[in-house]
Design a protein around this ligand. Sequence first.
Ligand SMILES: NC(=O)c1ccc[n+]([C@@H]2O[C@H](COP(=O)([O-])OP(=O)(O)OC[C@H]3O[C@@H](n4cnc5c(N)ncnc54)[C@H](OP(=O)(O)O)[C@@H]3O)[C@@H](O)[C@H]2O)c1
Length: 318
Amino acid sequence: MMSKKICILGGTGFIGHHLVTRLVKEGYQVRLLTRRRERHRELLVLPTVEVVDANIFDVDVLTRQFKGFDTVINLVGILNSRGHSDHEFRRVHVELPQTIVQACRRNHIRRLLHMSALNADASHGASYYLRTKGDAESFLQATKDLDITIFRPSVIFGEGDSFLNRFAGLLRKVPLLLPLACPNSRIAPVYVGDVVSAFVHALKDRHTVAQKYDLCGPRVYTLKELVEYAGAAAGLRRKVIGLGDTLSKMQAFMLEFAPGKPFSMDNYRSLQVDSVCDGGFPEIFGISPTPLEAVVPLYIDAHRKSHRYHSYRSKARR
Ligand SMILES: NC(=O)c1ccc[n+]([C@@H]2O[C@H](COP(=O)([O-])OP(=O)(O)OC[C@H]3O[C@@H](n4cnc5c(N)ncnc54)[C@H](OP(=O)(O)O)[C@@H]3O)[C@@H](O)[C@H]2O)c1
């Protein structure tokens, strides 16, 4: 099963940048659908990639955009909504996959790779994020006329991530100490390069059809350990003070109203569940997952105001 023409939704983000770069190297032709093409000029310079403005929530638009492609990858996801209900989560995480399936059927496209999240669960998910991701999984698993693979990673790290880079940036802004909510949450961060390898493998291996895979890194850390590590890797001497549960909740409640919603009650609820896997990296991918310590010092830099995509952009200009 070798698909060479792939249409990607959500491919302009952190994981998308890494995935698209790998797919181009492997000779795939890629179409990226985006809300704002001009924001992603760095992707336009890649050979065999086209970036197209499209309203991905409109089934007729998707049907037109999928024409001539044999595989679709959905990476669209949000960590926070603009409001305080689950409405936007449902639209992006549940209704969009349903529309994608409809547009795939209209084009007789069978292969779909879908990005979910570890702990996604339609009925028991701890947050809107996890419940709506779980709803999409249930729907896709019940969709038997398509060849679907679902990926459920823990938190992902790598160049351009908005996790360790964000904490390094935050640590840089505070003079002495950072009060951290949910410090004891346990996380097994997984390297973006390993996640991308799993996606690329799935394109070539029929055994991955109708499967879902939990993806974790090799070690479990507390959130506090990770934030301290991000600070140390960025050369910052700051103390991280773990908040208790009541103060964590209060911080989430207050930051929910801050510009850009840096932390929210929904994030707080997601962090109540350990983001760790039962087993190792799924054997089928033949990957020994990359340790955090092998990669983070190579990309983290707290001195940049906006780290995200900086390096992609400078590479693209070279
Ligand atoms: N990063 C992690 O640690 C992690 C962990 C587990 C699971 N995941 C999942 O992996 C996927 C990709 O994550 P990422 O970190 O690469 O995310 P990202 O950098 O935020 O990129 C997501 C992309 O989705 C599109 N998008 C976002 N909100 C949208 C909306 N309301 N309507 C239409 N398009 C929208 C955006 O494309 P345009 O702006 O170009 O339209 C954006 O580039 C998500 O589904 C996420 O839930 C991520």
